[in-house]
Design a binder for this molecule. Structure first.
Ligand SMILES: NC(=O)C1=CN([C@@H]2O[C@H](COP(=O)(O)OP(=O)(O)OC[C@H]3O[C@@H](n4cnc5c(N)ncnc54)[C@H](OP(=O)(O)O)[C@@H]3O)[C@@H](O)[C@H]2O)C=CC1
Ligand SMILES: N[C@@H](CC=O)C(=O)O
Length: 814
């Protein structure tokens, strides 16, 4: 014998009920009990109607009519015409009874739990009658059975307790004598010793099925629903959630208590006691394996089977010296809550016994405070206990799995993952069964928390990186192209999934949680983007609160650089080719590095010096391994190297500069390159990364541009450079006459830094430097005479974008 239960959407309408029939009558030669719940939404409507009636609101009539119409319509859709009249009159009669009951409530304007149970029972009574009539139409072996006659409870209306042995005996006797093969029984409803209808709690149809299953010690119980089993997480929150093939009863109990709504928690106890295999299957995809609940299963090593959460929780903390070492203190606390019917979801007490924290439903929090404070008012008056503190807007996240007790490191992984993602944990609880570790966190973090934990426990194979690019000019655009080209490779070979979620330029910004197509970003930005606003862009990133978020700054804008601290404090990593932050005031630079450490969000800017050349990374490695940098000599401007490599007076100086700009080597404002500011920033960043506390003001700039070039706009700058052509020619001729090349050199020596144009003779390390190349010579304790040299292309959108990309991948593997 088997028990099958169909609920909610499985019995929403005639089409779905036909699907149920195809499952029930498919190759099932054995006896079956089919437990059904009310048609989808009907229980809510019945509750609403009774509540309207009790407040004297005539709308209950309309609801009643709607319910009647829907049920009669369903009969016409399901049952053959010649067999309809019997069931139509049965349902009509039930509808009349229901109407009389509602009229009575309306007249008395009173609704007791007993009457409410009676009203809601009509949902299951009608659905089961109709389905039984339909099944009888399909097979002569089908019959209706009244669960109220068989399942006996106490009189706790709304949530009645089953009188187990009496019920078991009743059920066994009944089915021993019954002749049909397929029995259709209403779920959820039962009766007390006086024959009054009781109910088993919302979702109680699952429980009805389990009661039948355990009373008859059936071979299996099947709970048919609209999902393919219990999932590793709520699929509405985690897109990669997957069905769990096997669960122990205890794991299922933990998951269902903790918000996984697939099975009604009390259902599990009766089947667990008798070790009845229980399958959770999908009516709409019967071919899916679903989830099988067993007492134990030896294969499978997943230490965590699922992640669940409860929202809208408040935590109450009772604290004070008055509770230390006093027996019975917690009893008083929990009695106060119990007396006020307040359910406690989680408890934690520090071993110092100085505080107890409990989590409860948010809507009970004020009642709980009043109840507890009044019990402890004596202690509060004496100042040895503080009044209860309430923290609302909390949520509980739990990881569940039997095997975690035999595998160390589960809680370590859980908490470090939450920590790495900037999720603050307010309280922790782990039952002694070691089957569930729960943490209380802010409600705002719950989606992110479930996703990051799902990623580490179930998707170890793919890490999501959520990318926001500010600045989509030369470098930003190239970066998006590179991401687009490389995405599949990274997903396949490195298990990193790149999602570009936001882009912005100075005019428009767009944040699109489902992702922006990198190759189409200009179109999307144009069509759907809003007016750009640096603050709003970062606020949206923070509000989205996506795991592994990385903000990429490809602008040259100070306002954008000013947002880093705010982002890092929310655990958003920052990758910048914009040099403004790392070359701002020393304390601002240090603050960002410090924040990056405490919030565990990388702040990376390798491209600030020498584009994609591994200069900052190499310097960091030297310092980390104990080397000391004594001197740096470098050519750090791609623009200036290009200009002086290409200028010999045959073409005007200003035109060579224009060419450098057209090639994408210059800053958005080329005066920063020509005036030496860009190189000052770079040597400053190197000195700082080497451990020296320098500022821009500490650097001497031996510039070569006449002061007049800095007046006016960028166009004025180009005009002025043409006017000053003779000045540039003279500088060039003098160097050439000395057999030298012109290089704009940056030096850091003995704690001091300077930049300036130098004539470099042929035998010098800096002489053979072509095109837009950069070179850096590090003189350190380990490299005292022969410096460590890094040389190569030091500017250009493509190389810079690749350096930014590499920093981004460093964030991914952080
Ligand atoms: N080019 C190179 O070789 C290297 C460049 N870098 C750095 O890369 C950065 C970008 O350079 P590059 O791509 O050449 O510059 P571009 O001028 O080509 O691009 C700058 C981008 O920033 C956008 N922008 C400006 N202000 C804002 C703002 N407030 N909010 C959002 N976006 C804004 C611009 O928008 P809009 O288009 O609307 O003006 C544009 O999309 C610079 O900081 C530079 O120092 C670093 C190493 C090498
Ligand atoms: N404008 C810079 C680009 C890289 O930082 C340069 O010319 O080197």
């Amino acid at each position: 014998m088997k028990v099958l239960k169909f609920g909610g959407t499985s019995v929403a309408n005639a089409i779905n009920i036909k699907k149920v029939a195809s499952i029930v009558f498919k190759d099932q030669p054995e006896k079956l009990i089919v437990v059904v719940s009310a048609f989808s939404g009907v229980t809510d409507l019945l509750l609403k109607a009774s509540s309207f009636a009790s407040t004297g609101d005539y709308q209950y009539k309309e609801i009643h009519q709607g319910i009647e119409k829907a049920h009669l319509y369903c009969i016409k859709e399901l049952v053959a015409l010649q067999k309809q009249s019997a069931v139509l009159s049965e349902i009509k009669q039930l509808c009349n009874e229901l109407e009389e009951l509602l009229d009575g409530i309306y007249k008395l304007q009173e609704l007791s739990p007993k009457t409410r149970d009676k009203v809601v029972s009509f949902g299951e009574l009608m659905s089961s009658r109709i389905i039984a009539a339909y099944f009888s139409d399909l097979s002569a072996e089908a019959a209706w059975v009244d669960s109220r006659e068989l399942i006996k409870t106490d009189s706790k209306f709304g949530y009645a307790n089953v009188l187990k042995s009496f019920t078991d005996e009743n059920i066994a006797l009944y089915f021993k004598a019954a002749k049909a093969r397929v029995f259709v029984a209403p779920g959820f409803i039962a009766s007390n010793s006086n024959g009054n209808t009781t109910t088993l709690g919302r979702g109680g149809s699952d429980y009805t099925a389990a009661i039948f299953a355990s009373a008859l010690k059936v071979k299996s119980l099947e709970i048919w629903t609209d999902v393919s089993g219990m999932m590793t997480a709520d699929p509405r929150v985690v897109t990669n959630a997957k069905p769990i093939a096997y669960l122990t009863y205890k794991e299922a109990m933990e998951l269902s208590h903790f918000g996984a709504k697939v099975i009604y928690p009390p259902t599990i106890q009766p089947v667990m006691d008798l070790e009845i295999p229980t399958a959770i299957k999908n009516t709409f995809k019967p071919e899916d394996a679903g989830t099988l609940l067993l007492s134990d299963y030896s294969n499978g090593s997943d230490r965590i089977k699922g992640i669940s959460s409860i929202n809208k929780v408040a935590i109450l903390t009772l604290e004070g010296s008055g509770m230390v070492g006093i027996p019975g203190f917690s009893k008083l606390l929990f009695e106060a809550l119990a007396n006020d019917h307040i359910n406690v979801i989680l408890i934690t007490q520090s071993s110092s016994e100085h505080s107890i924290t409990v989590a409860i439903n948010e809507h009970d929090s004020l009642r709980a405070k009043v109840a507890i404070d009044s019990v402890f008012d004596n202690y509060i008056e004496k100042g040895i206990i503080y009044p209860v503190e309430i923290e609302s807007d909390m949520a509980i996240i739990a990881v569940v799995g039997d095997k975690m007790k035999s595998m160390p490191g589960t809680s370590g992984l859980m908490f470090s993952t939450l920590g790495k993602n900037g999720i603050n944990i307010r309280a922790i609880a782990q039952g002694s069964s070691e089957r569930n570790i729960s943490a209380v966190i802010s409600n705002a973090d719950i989606k992110k928390a479930v996703n990051v934990l799902h990623e580490v426990f179930f998707e170890a194979s793919k890490k999501q990186l959520n990318i926001f690019v500010s600045g989509v000019g030369n470098v930003g655009k190239k970066l998006l192209q590179q991401i687009s080209r490389q995405k599949q490779y990274l997903a396949d070979k490195h298990n990193v999934q790149l999602n570009v979620i936001g882009v912005a330029n100075s005019r428009k910004m767009l944040v699109k949680p489902i992702g922006i197509l990198e190759n189409d970003f200009e179109k999307e930005l144009g069509e759907y983007g809003h007016t750009s606003d640096v603050e709003k862009f970062t606020d949206e990133i923070i509000a989205l609160n996506l795991r592994n978020s990385v903000f990429i700054d490809c602008t040259a804008h100070a306002e954008v650089a000013r947002t880093y601290a705010k982002l890092i404090k929310k655990s958003v990593s920052v990758v910048a080719c914009n040099k403004i932050a790392a070359s701002a005031g020393y304390w601002e630079y240090l603050e960002l590095k410090h924040l990056s450490n405490i919030y565990n969000a990388p702040f990376l800017f390798e491209t600030n010096v020498g584009a994609a050349l591994p200069i900052i990374g190499t310097l960091n490695d030297l310092i980390k391994t104990g080397d000391v940098v004594n001197k740096i000599q470098a050519v750090l401007s791609g623009t200036l190297n290009f200009v002086f490599n290409n200028y010999d007076g045959t073409k005007p100086f200003s035109e060579v500069v224009r060419q450098a700009q057209a090639e994408g080597f210059t800053e958005p404002d080329p005066r920063l390159d020509l005036g030496g500011t860009d190189v000052m920033r770079k040597i400053l960043i190197l000195a700082r990364e080497a451990g020296y506390a320098l500022n821009m003001e500490d650097i001497d700039n031996n510039g070569f541009l006449p002061a007049s070039c800095f007046d006016g706009s960028v166009e004025d700058f180009y005009k002025e450079m043409s006017i000053q052509e003779a000045h540039f020619k003279a500088i060039y001729d003098k160097a050439a006459a000395n057999g030298c090349k012109l290089k704009f050199v940056a030096t850091f020596d003995n704690g001091k830094a300077n930049v300036g144009l130098q004539e470099i003779p042929e035998n010098h390390d800096l002489y053979n430097l072509f095109g837009k190349d950069n070179i850096v010579l590090f003189y350190t304790n380990r490299y005292p005479e022969q410096p460590l040299v890094i040389k190569g292309a030091g500017a250009g959108a493509d190389v810079t974008a690749s350096g930014v990309f590499a920093d981004m991948m460093r964030v991914a593997s952080h």
